[in-house]
Design a protein around this ligand. Structure first.
Ligand code: AMP
Ligand code: MN
Ligand code: MN
Ligand code: MN
Length: 287
């Protein structure tokens, strides 16, 4: 199926977005988006609500997920697109990541208490509104406490490697993540590949291993990529016979530098993942 300007990477309150699945879909509809994927971190809990909202306004909602992966000692994100959110293999895998995430939250809170911030677990939980707890929720709480001016500042000072509230990731392996996504009938995509600070050599190794596991695409156009980076990853995709994806990585209106429905087209020479025959087939089933 060929779609007009899809946005294949967004977050809701089921993970660290600030809009509910319904509010997110309504905003996407208002921005003229016809096809959108909901890709919450390690969770498909928002998809049923999003699919209902999408159906009522005639938007095609691609069921998705953004799986946290530990690869070569760092965290890498792998998107699963057009998958069956009720697949038990996928759900069991995500359940394990959520268990780790809950443990990590207690550990982050313990470390932040040592750094002088009490009550961080309850504080983060309040921002998580019943969804899973991520570092973004801790960051919002720490902004409220005056630890830094904004979420980015909190990450820089407290939540990244080497800082007082950092806890080393123990997520899925690359093979597991791609395996869960494929078991659910989805396509695996390396999310925002420019954000991992990999040397060219390591990037080639990641791409090679990803292909061996059955990965299909690179997110070439991303809200967190620069224009130059679009072209770098368009070339990687072409050279390694991977498809290209595009997504804003929208987290809500309080990050005004990333908006829904404003993605530039893929660079020339890319084969878009949405040109795959049958792409979008999980959309109707999820509603
Ligand atoms: P987690 O999966 O809980 O470790 O959180 C990862 C999320 O934190 C990402 O998806 C972003 O939403 C957010 N994040 C990561 N690094 C930064 C940063 N430097 N500034 C702002 N947000 C960040
Ligand atoms: Mn996030
Ligand atoms: Mn990500
Ligand atoms: Mn994301």
């Amino acid at each position: 199926m060929m779609f007009k300007s899809p946005d294949l990477h967004t977050h809701s309150t089921a993970s660290d977005g600030t809009l509910s699945p319904t509010a997110l879909i309504e905003r996407a509809g208002g921005a003229g988006i016809e096809v959108m994927a909901l890709t919450d971190h390690d969770s498909v809990a928002g998809i049923a609500e999003a699919a209902r909202a999408a159906e009522s306004i005639g938007l095609t909602l691609i069921p998705g997920v953004e799986v946290s992966v530990t690869w070569g000692g760092r965290t890498v994100h792998v998107l699963g697109l057009d998958l069956d959110p009720s697949c038990s293999v996928l759900l069991q895998g995500l359940c394990r990541l959520q268990t780790y995430r809950d443990w990590r939250a207690t550990e982050i809170a313990r470390k932040l208490a040592i750094a002088g911030f009490d009550g961080a677990l309850d504080g983060a939980r309040a921002y998580a509104e019943g969804g899973l707890i991520g570092r973004t929720h801790f960051a919002r709480f720490l902004v409220e406490r005056g630890a830094a001016q904004d979420v980015r500042g909190v990450f820089k000072r407290f939540l990244v490697n080497g800082k007082p509230g950092h806890v080393r990731g123990e997520w899925a392996s690359l093979e597991e993540a791609v395996g869960w996504i494929r078991a659910a009938g989805g396509h695996a995509v390396i999310a925002h590949p420019a954000r991992y600070g990999l040397t060219r050599r390591k990037m080639l190794r990641l791409i090679g291993e990803f292909r061996e596991c059955g990965g299909r695409a690179l997110e070439v156009v991303s809200g967190s990529h620069s224009r130059d980076e679009y072209f770098v990853f368009a070339r990687h995709a072409a050279e390694h016979r991977l498809l290209a994806s595009a997504g804003s990585d929208y987290h809500g209106p309080d990050n005004p530098w990333i908006e829904l429905g404003r993605l530039p087209p893929l660079p020339e020479g890319c084969t878009p993942i949405w040109a795959l025959s049958g792409f979008g087939r999980s959309a109707a089933k999820a509603a």
